[in-house]
Design a protein around this ligand. Structure first.
Ligand code: RAM
Length: 354
């Protein structure tokens, strides 16, 4: 009898594990809260597993969904590719979730799977990195693209002394957000003679993988002996590059977008530090914003049209308004706020927060 109970318990445990496994994708988790949005399921698909920035984003999203009583599914695909995201999105569609928030690895390659979700009655919202704007309701954008581009090119200008070679170490070559920021940097540089003495010698892609980003940094140092600055608009790239430059005592300086928790030891104005300053926003807040936007879409408070507004609890700029995306399509976005500068004066306040 005892044996039977034990084997019954083991079978039940195995079945539960298999059911949980149906969520697919590496780093999947599901949890439920209690309250007004009870019975609804809100999913978030990050760019990839193993990136602390993505974990913070998912943490904020989950907090909001659960506090509202919803069920939260977090999916972190194995790699930062559109294919890996397609697999998890198809699985979420077949599970019949109410909404999917996606940090897109590719704007166009994900369009058809996003349309499949919409056709299945699922609300699709993007955060951090957009898809083709016709295939989602709205985009939770961490900061205006022009503002990020301006902050980065000004940092390169300032740190290089206004002239000389710089290189960009990006995430993946298809990432909507990084490509938009890089394009903004290039067009600002081209349109203002102030930046005419800066020379962009290379754009490399570390694919948001620490080792590949390390290798690409080392190759940049070898290939461009006159390089003055590396700008890495990715938290994974900047921390890998910071370590290479600082360990080698390189004269090349670094700026870009980084997590204070990962970058604190590299930020400083002296020769012993590789990064004088960098920028970011609060990734937990970006996830929270996507949580509130998902709930507002599911309960019908917003539909994704420019001009609509929704409440976002105790978030700084609540209520948020859907504003027009700068691509002329008439589609909407929701801006979290301006990019924030982290430097030797404030890094210690922020390094334990995110
Ligand atoms: C990486 C990711 C993410 C980006 C940040 C700045 O973590 O590529 O999409 O927003 O960097």
């Amino acid at each position: 009898m005892k044996k039977k109970i034990i084997s019954l318990l083991m079978c039940t445990a195995l079945a539960a594990t298999m059911l949980a496994g149906c969520g697919g994708g590496s780093g999947s988790s599901e949890s439920t809260g209690s309250g007004a949005s009870g019975g609804k399921t809100y999913a978030i698909v990050t760019k990839s597993a193993g990136n602390p920035y993505n974990e913070k984003e998912a943490e904020g999203f989950k907090e909001v969904v659960e506090a509202a009583g919803g069920t939260c599914i977090v999916q972190n695909p194995e790699s930062a590719t559109a294919d890996a995201q397609m697999t998890v999105i198809r699985s979420l569609i077949s599970q019949g979730v109410d909404s999917i928030a996606i940090a897109a690895n590719d704007a166009n390659a994900l369009a058809s799977v996003c349309q499949e979700a919409i056709d299945a009655g699922i609300q699709v919202v993007t955060l951090d990195s957009d898809v083709n704007s016709a295939t989602r309701a709205t985009f939770c954008n961490q900061a205006g693209v022009q503002e990020v581009g301006q902050a980065l090119i000004d940092a390169v200008y300032d740190i290089s002394g206004g002239e000389g070679q710089y290189a960009i170490l990006s995430a993946t070559s298809q990432a909507t957000n990084q490509n938009a920021w890089i394009d903004a940097m290039k067009s600002i540089q081209e349109s203002d003679p102030k930046y005419s003495k800066l020379e962009l010698v290379a754009v490399e892609y570390g694919d948001d993988k620490p080792q590949k980003s390390t290798d690409k940094t080392q190759a940049l140092l070898q290939n461009y002996p006159d390089l003055k600055v590396i700008c890495a608009p990715t938290t994974v790239g900047i921390s890998a590059a910071a370590k290479v430059l600082q360990d080698q005592g390189s004269k090349v300086k670094l700026t870009g977008l980084g997590l204070p928790s990962e970058m604190a030891e590299y930020i400083g104005n002296d020769d012993a530090h590789s990064c004088p300053y960098m920028f970011l926003w609060n990734p937990i807040d970006l996830g929270k914003l996507a949580g509130y936007a998902s709930i507002a879409l599911v309960d019908g408070t917003i539909t994704g049209k420019v001009g609509e507004t929704f409440e976002a609890g105790d978030m700084e700029n609540s209520p948020y308004t859907l504003t027009e995306l700068a691509d002329g399509s008439g589609a909407s976005e929701i801006i979290l706020g301006p990019p924030f500068q982290f430097n030797p004066d404030n890094i210690d306040e922020w390094k334990s927060i995110y």
